[in-house]
Design a protein around this ligand. Structure first.
Ligand code: 13P
Length: 249
């Protein structure tokens, strides 16, 4: 039985002082022993958020990371910096990074390997555009993103990672994928992992759905056999996140 993982992606929101306030507000609301709860926050918020989360079960994640160890990469954040700050997870290859910052699946693959090397659990995002969905190439596209993302990664390592299926047309639009659409793609991702590795790895890997998850639709989405939780944007910045984490109550 896979343990559910529900992560908030704060994106470029909350100054350090606002971040501490939000954690204090959410801390009593996001207590669910059956679920891994992760707050993925902007780099500058990581240190205060880790401190504010002390004594709770909340784990802290980053929203990006670079694939080099250190050196002349102005503006980038290294895996060792994240580890030292108390980060356990890192979102890699979010569609906003792929679209606005031209990250490729090859970049994402390099970052995946580095994160794993440093003991940080990657949450690798994949997802199709509306155009791709309408063209009927969703599954081919996603399979390609997953195959490149996991190139050269050993089965034992892959099994511990997380994949987030986030259809681009559902992100921040209030237009959630239907439960059937979300389950279809998450199931196809698991199948793809089984083809790359084996059934055991596919059964272990956790696959989230992301894209306009809210308190009203979380329970139905998370009840699907291949959906192991969610990656939540807008609703992770509000008290609603508590309801999403406690979707099973
Ligand atoms: P929304 O929940 O705001 O649609 O964002 C989803 C997302 O991009 C999470 O990574």
């Amino acid at each position: 039985m896979r343990r559910k993982i529900i992560a908030g992606n704060w994106k470029m929101n909350k100054t350090p002082s606002e971040a501490i306030k939000l954690v204090e507000e959410l801390k009593p609301l996001v207590d669910n022993e059956a679920v891994d709860v992760v707050f993925c926050v902007p780099a500058i918020d990581i240190v205060p958020v880790v401190k504010a989360c002390e004594g709770s079960t909340i784990q802290v994640g980053a929203e990006n990371m670079y694939f080099e160890e250190s050196g002349a990469y102005t503006g980038e954040i290294s895996p060792a910096m994240l580890v030292d700050a108390g980060v356990r997870y890192v979102i890699l290859g979010h569609s906003e990074r792929r679209d606005y910052f031209k990250e490729t699946s090859e970049d994402v693959n390099r970052k995946m390997k580095k994160a794993i090397e440093h003991g940080i659990t990657p949450i690798m995002c994949c997802g199709e555009s509306l155009e791709q969905r309408e063209q009927g190439i969703t599954l081919d596209w996603i399979r390609q993103q997953v195959k490149v993302g996991y190139q050269g990664i050993a089965a034992a390592d892959a099994a511990k990672t997380v994949i987030a299926y986030e259809p681009i047309w559902a992100i921040g639009t209030g237009r959630t994928a239907t439960t059937e659409q979300a389950e279809e793609v998450c199931g196809a991702i698991r199948q793809c992992i089984a083809e790359i590795y084996d059934e055991a790895t596919a059964e272990s890997i956790r696959i989230q759905y992301g894209g306009s998850v809210n308190a009203a639709n979380a329970a139905e989405l998370f009840a699907q056999p291949d959906i192991d939780g969610g990656l939540v944007g807008g609703a992770s910045l509000k008290a609603d996140f508590g309801k999403i984490v406690n979707y099973d109550r």
